[in-house]
Write a protein that binds this ligand. Structure first.
Ligand code: NAD
Length: 282
């Protein structure tokens, strides 16, 4: 990233910059966002934490996001979730400029993902699948089970696995007999937010497991997989903490750089880069 950011600065004369928005004071979220901003600084990316009081109205939040959309010195925007209950998610989703939506939450980016175009991917789902690819795990034709169907993790992870030609089953809170579905899987991606949901007894021998869950249990952070029972059965498994989380943060910066590149190109040539189709539906 350092080299890529330096090359970007040489080419365009400015640094890429990120805005991270948080609505209301939530100490752990602020620690997390400051960590992202520190990673940005370490590679030469600019960043600002935009703290918005928790009592803000939806209209005022929209107005603040529009200001960031219009700010030529901000190339990517992420909004920390969850929002205060009074504020509908749509206040962020339909206001955010899709060209600055580096975490792929805008319906335009979700649509591009679904139709196989190269938009911004939801970063955590991207990280879960990128870990598999970079670890040399064969995905084509293999049976993958994704546990969780949220718009930010489970659903996009399933679509990305499809893109890699896996045969994908999606499980969720209403799935019957989760254990038998999981037992059929060669690859398991779990993003449910339930500690200990997946145990070694549920896994096929040699399964590859990506644990996306982040749960606070007592004073520890654990994933959704019961490590003690799963580790001897799985052929590969991601730890929590230290697995999907850091890869997510690193990929987020690559998304930001891509957004900054596209915006700089658009400023030069007067039109956005063309859409690219990257997935087969055959
Ligand atoms: P979410 O609550 O929006 O979705 C959870 C999903 O899990 C739902 O679709 C639900 O149907 C399913 N589920 C819940 N209980 C289940 C059960 N018993 N059996 C089968 N499915 C069940 O959560 P999310 O935002 O998708 O996040 C999922 C997890 O990933 C959380 O632990 C979250 O903290 C973590 N997360 C990690 C990162 C990271 O960078 N590593 C980023 C985002 C979220």
């Amino acid at each position: 990233m350092k080299d890529d950011v330096a090359a970007f600065k040489r080419r365009y004369g400015h640094a890429p910059a990120l805005a991270v928005v948080i609505v209301g004071r939530d100490a752990p979220s602020i620690v997390y966002l400051e960590q992202i901003l520190r990673s940005c600084r370490n590679v030469g990316i600019g960043g600002q934490l935009v703290e918005i009081p928790g009592r803000v109205s939806a209209a005022a939040l929209r107005a603040r996001i529009r200001e960031l959309n219009d700010d030529p010195h901000v190339h990517g925007i992420i909004v920390q979730m969850p929002l205060p209950r009074r504020i509908p998610l749509s206040a962020v989703l339909d206001t955010l400029d899709p060209d600055k939506d580096i975490d792929g939450i805008h319906p335009r980016n979700a649509g591009l993902l679904t139709l196989g175009y190269d938009g911004f991917l939801p970063t955590t789902a991207h990280a879960a699948v990128e870990i598999l690819k970079r670890s040399g795990i064969e995905l084509t034709g293999r049976r993958a089970v994704v546990i969780g169907r949220s718009n930010v993790v489970g659903k996009p992870a399933a679509i990305l696995l499809l893109r890699e030609h896996a045969t994908v089953t999606v499980c969720h809170s209403r799935t019957r007999d989760l254990a038998s579905v999981v037992r059929s899987a060669e690859i398991v991606v779990v993003a449910a937010g339930k500690p200990g949901l997946v145990t070694g007894q549920m896994l096929k021998r040699g399964a590859v497991v990506v644990d996306v869950g982040i749960n606070v249990v007592g004073d520890r952070i654990v994933g959704d997989v019961d490590m003690d029972s799963a580790r001897p059965v799985a052929s590969a498994i991601t730890p929590v903490p230290g697995g999907v989380g850091p890869v997510t943060n690193a990929l987020l910066l690559t998304h930001l750089l891509r957004a900054a590149e596209a915006q700089a190109q658009e400023a030069r040539v007067g039109r956005p880069p063309p859409l690219r189709s990257v997935a087969s539906s055959r």
